[in-house]
Design a protein around this ligand. Structure first.
Ligand code: GLN
Length: 194
């Protein structure tokens, strides 16, 4: 299994390490020609969604990435990745990839709670550690979106078909279960399309 990790900015190396620990191959997507490689799934890491959105467009990665997601390639967006996939950003006219039926609120925890750590239930996985860094949450989600985790009543993890998002950063903790969950999605998708 080979996973492309968008490496324009932000916390991508940590994702590669998690994937490696689970026995999956990965490579960094930095420019258009990196997308010529064969891969089975895509990770959009945390960072700054405005910067990543801008770079995606400037580097001509936007359309081919969007196409792959629409074609059903499994994608995992963490934090800024969740914002890039949302079809709407709360009180903001910007839309990036917009493939997921969610409304995301950026920097949703305010300044005081900019960064925090907690442990909470993730559907099917039990209690997992969750590290939030100037994180968004999902304000609302369509009927096709499965809510996988909430913290203080706010949606912090969700899935819609081939798309998985977390508002927190599982790549910054040592628990591998959410990356395992994603790789399971990738494997089921590859078997289905083989
Ligand atoms: N605050 C960032 C944004 O709005 C997301 C933070 C993160 O990815 N850790 O894009």
């Amino acid at each position: 299994m080979n996973i492309g990790v968008l490496a324009l900015q932000g916390a991508f190396i940590e994702h590669e390490q998690m994937l490696g620990a689970l026995g999956a191959d990965s490579f960094e997507i930095r420019q258009r020609r990196d997308l010529d490689r064969e891969f089975d799934g895509l990770i959009i890491p945390g960072g700054e969604s405005t910067v990543m959105g801008k770079l995606l467009r400037e580097l001509d990665l936007f359309d081919p990435v969007l196409e792959r997601i629409k074609d059903g390639m499994p994608v995992f967006g963490t934090c800024a990745g969740l914002i890039l996939l949302a079809k709407e950003i709360h009180e903001d006219d910007t839309v990036h990839l917009g493939t997921m039926d969610t409304v995301a609120r950026r920097n949703a925890y305010g300044r005081q709670l900019g960064s925090f750590h907690t442990d909470a239930e993730f559907k099917g996985l039990g209690i997992v550690p969750m590290t939030f860094i100037r994180a968004p949450y999902i304000v609302s989600a369509g009927d096709d979106v499965e809510i996988l985790a909430t913290v203080d009543g706010k949606i912090v993890a969700a899935r819609q078909d081939n798309q998985l998002v977390t508002a927190f950063h599982p790549e910054l903790d040592s628990d591998l279960s959410i990356h395992w969950y994603f790789l399971d999605m990738v494997e089921k998708h590859s078997t289905k399309s083989a």
